[in-house]
Design a protein around this ligand. Structure first.
Ligand code: SF4
Ligand code: SF4
Length: 135
């Protein structure tokens, strides 16, 4: 991922907003990548946990909210358990989701799902998705 940093796109309050919601100081992150190496979702996302922390540090709100990582995060807490800086990254992911939901964008669109999936998927999966992914 090539990152173009333009000061017009930097939200200086974003890091503080994440801190307010998550209770975590992302500025402590030293970009070691341990979280990324531990994350079961890293292989499937371009913006991995280390990268997300960097984007937050830089105040690139748009890039953070557009990255799918917070939405595919399984809340497994492995990153938190291994972070040498003691950052609870799982809480940071939750804060990113909260900010995303405040944009009033639903990340689950039932009408876009094929009829077979609607019929076959367990109802609990839908309930879980609605709780986590809809505004
Ligand atoms: S493990 Fe902690 S310090 Fe290392 S990159 Fe991830 S958040 Fe930053
Ligand atoms: S809590 Fe989320 S970000 Fe952290 S390792 Fe698990 S899936 Fe990855």
């Amino acid at each position: 991922m090539t990152l173009f940093i333009d000061d017009r796109r930097i939200d200086c309050d974003f890091k503080e907003k994440i801190r307010e919601l998550s209770g975590q100081n992302v500025a402590l992150c030293m970009q070691c990548g341990t979280c990324t190496a531990s994350c079961p979702m890293s292989a499937d996302t371009e913006v991995v946990p280390r990268k997300l922390m960097q984007l937050i540090q830089l105040g690139l709100r748009e890039e953070v909210l557009e990255a799918p990582l917070a939405w595919v995060c399984a809340s497994c807490h492995t990153c938190m358990a291994r972070c040498p800086r003691g950052i609870d990254i799982t809480r940071v992911m939750e804060a990113v989701r909260q900010l995303g939901l405040r944009e009033n964008v639903d990340h689950v669109n039932l009408s876009a799902l094929p009829a077979e999936q609607l019929r076959d998927l367990p109802q609990i999966a839908f309930v879980s998705c609605f709780r986590k992914l809809t505004a």
